[in-house]
Design a protein around this ligand. Structure first.
Ligand code: G4P
Length: 545
């Protein structure tokens, strides 16, 4: 691409430089760990907002920002925000990095989309509440990161509140998930008395002390002072000595950062922080810029790598549809893999071979929708009225490419669905096929139940709400949803199916992609059957390609 660009200068830096300055990541966490607070703190540090406080409007914090985080409600369905893009210039750098924070819908809107988002990022920040340690939703999301080989940076949040000992939390991480934590910074002061961060140098030697000062309600960036280890010792005494000793202990057990091991998903750099007080937030941004990978090449269905310098291509990772019946609003979000995107360019939809015009390209964060004119690998762009697009689909120009489909993730909620009126059966079948192909929900069948009452399988119950609302709104079919008492699925095969079907609390189905799934009422049932029938095929379903 030329360097000329007259008005908006689409490529003032050229494609390689645009790619190199980008970092695309998601935060994986359990509800309440502080994801919204951290997102806001990042925006504050990137100077997108001048004061934090939109989330909770605490005393001393003002509600200044537009209501990004407030989930939009349309017919009872929350529309999650999608991607926040901001520039960040690290201290001493002359490059503005472009940070894409892709939202992982959590809380009540936890769904298969939450997992799919992780196919669109190059790194993840695992946000942990210092008092609670690893929690279930974090663990599930971490497993997806591990499966996909996504490097993980760990942030231990809420250090301003009483919690566990710093090294205890690290032990929990290595023992429970086999990820070796390698702190880059250690807290000075116990949980609840957060004074600053010790920066760990080579071999765990304390290289610097970053002392933070609280601001009223944590509304503005916490002033930082940089001290030498000797100055830190003189100033903080015991808490500094403790942190320095802990750092040495960690080195003795090999818990020092190693870039290769981090990129391989074996170790995780750790930062202690307080998102609410804005402590450690700058350090997280610096870590993302310094250590997280820039967008890289991606293998296509044949295993051939498409490099970021190749002509434009992108993968759709999320589709939001039917939220606004008046407009038949249907937004498809794509992550750009290669080349430069310019709004208005006509791309090819790999799955149908049809052209797709990109006149309406947007970035979406909460209620804010901004038109995108140019975008680069790592960026997330929303396409309006993208009726043919479904998660996993590929768009490209010039050089044909098709990326592998996004895997289906392990469902944990199951329900039967039927049309209330038998006369609507045809529309009902059509709608089910449509919603299935869009990846709104997984559809399971078996002979015993027949086609009139398929079983829907979901990662989060909100997916069922979307199905029933769209059935009614778009297909004009009133449906009846009945939950089934299963909580767990395992991949099995045709040989094991008859024996499994004979077991109490178990039912076997075939998913549309042909995978045979056995559903279990609970983990004890599964454990019992595994013990009694060791020859049956029962594989965990983190993700199935
Ligand atoms: P989420 O998006 O991950 O669900 O979490 P969110 O940011 O909404 O934070 C959940 C709660 O944790 C909030 O408190 C928030 O203020 C608090 N919190 C987040 N980060 C920190 C931190 O670093 N330190 C402390 N002490 N608290 C933090 P809440 O009780 O839900 O609301 P509020 O009563 O505090 O307004």
């Amino acid at each position: 691409m030329s360097e000329s660009g007259e008005n908006v200068a689409p490529t003032p830096r050229g494609l390689p430089a645009e790619v190199a300055r980008r970092r695309t990541f998601a935060v994986i966490s359990h509800p309440d760990a502080g994801k919204s607070t951290l997102t806001e703190a990042l925006a504050l540090h990137a100077r997108m907002i001048s004061e934090a406080g939109a989330i909770h409007g605490k005393a001393g914090r003002k509600s200044t920002v537009s209501d990004w985080m407030e989930m939009e409600k349309a017919r009872g369905i929350s529309v999650s925000s999608t991607a926040l893009q901001f520039n960040y210039r690290a201290a001493g750098s002359d490059i503005d990095n472009v940070i894409n924070l892709v939202d992982t819908p959590g809380h009540s809107d936890f769904s298969e989309d939450t997992y799919r988002v992780l196919t669109a990022v190059d790194a993840a920040v695992m946000l942990i509440d210092a008092a609670k340690g690893l929690e279930p939703q974090t663990l599930k999301l971490f497993q997806v990161c591990r499966h996909r080989g996504i490097p993980v940076i760990t942030v231990i949040n809420k250090w301003d509140r009483p919690g566990q000992a710093p090294l205890e939390l690290l032990d929990e991480i290595s023992e429970r998930i086999g990820l070796t934590p390698t702190p880059l910074f250690l807290p000075v002061g116990i949980a609840g008395d957060f004074r600053g961060l010790l920066r760990r140098g080579p071999e765990g030697e304390a290289s610097e002390y970053i002392h933070f000062t609280r601001t009223a309600g944590g509304a503005t960036i916490a002033p930082e002072e940089y001290l030498t280890p000797d100055e830190a010792q003189a100033r903080e005494g015991e808490p500094w000595t403790t942190a320095a000793e802990e750092s040495e202990l960690l080195s003795a057990t090999g818990q020092d950062h190693d870039q290769e091991m981090f990129l391989a998903g074996q170790t995780s750099p750790v930062i202690y922080a307080s998102a609410m007080l804005n402590f450690g937030v700058r350090q997280l941004l610096e870590t993302l810029v310094e250590l997280a990978p820039a967008p890289g090449s991606r293998a296509d269905v044949t295993g051939k790598e498409r490099t970021t310098g190749d002509p434009f291509s992108a993968v759709v990772f999320k589709v939001q549809a039917g939220m606004d019946t008046a407009h038949r609003d249907r937004l498809a979000f794509m992550r750009i893999v290669s080349g430069e995107f310019e709004r208005g360019m006509v791309v090819t939809h790999a799955q149908t071979g049809r052209p797709f015009a990109t006149k309406y390209a947007l970035t979406v964060f909460g209620r804010e929708r901004t038109t995108v004119d140019t975008a680069y690998p790592g960026d997330v762009v929303g396409l309006v009225n993208a009726t043919a697009l479904a998660p996993g689909h590929t768009l490209f120009v010039e050089k044909k490419v098709e990326y592998p489909p996004i895997p289906s993730f392990a469902p944990e909620h199951f329900a039967t669905l039927r049309a209330r009126s038998a006369g609507k059966y045809k529309q009902f079948r059509k709608a089910i096929d449509q919603l299935d192909s869009e990846g709104v929900v997984q559809v399971l069948r078996n002979d015993a139940r027949g086609d009139a009452t398929p079983v829907l399988a979901a990662v989060g119950p909100m997916q069922f709400e979307v199905v029933t609302a769209r059935m009614q709104g778009e297909f004009n079919v009133e449906t009846q949803l009945d939950f089934l008492p299963f909580t767990l699925a395992r991949r099995t095969d045709a040989e094991s199916a008859p024996e499994l079907d004979r077991q109490r609390g178990v039912e076997v189905f075939t998913r549309t992609d042909g995978v045979v799934l056995a559903l279990f009422s609970d983990k004890w049932r599964l454990q019992y059957i595994e013990k009694e029938h060791p020859n049956l095929t029962l594989e965990p379903l983190v993700a199935t390609a």
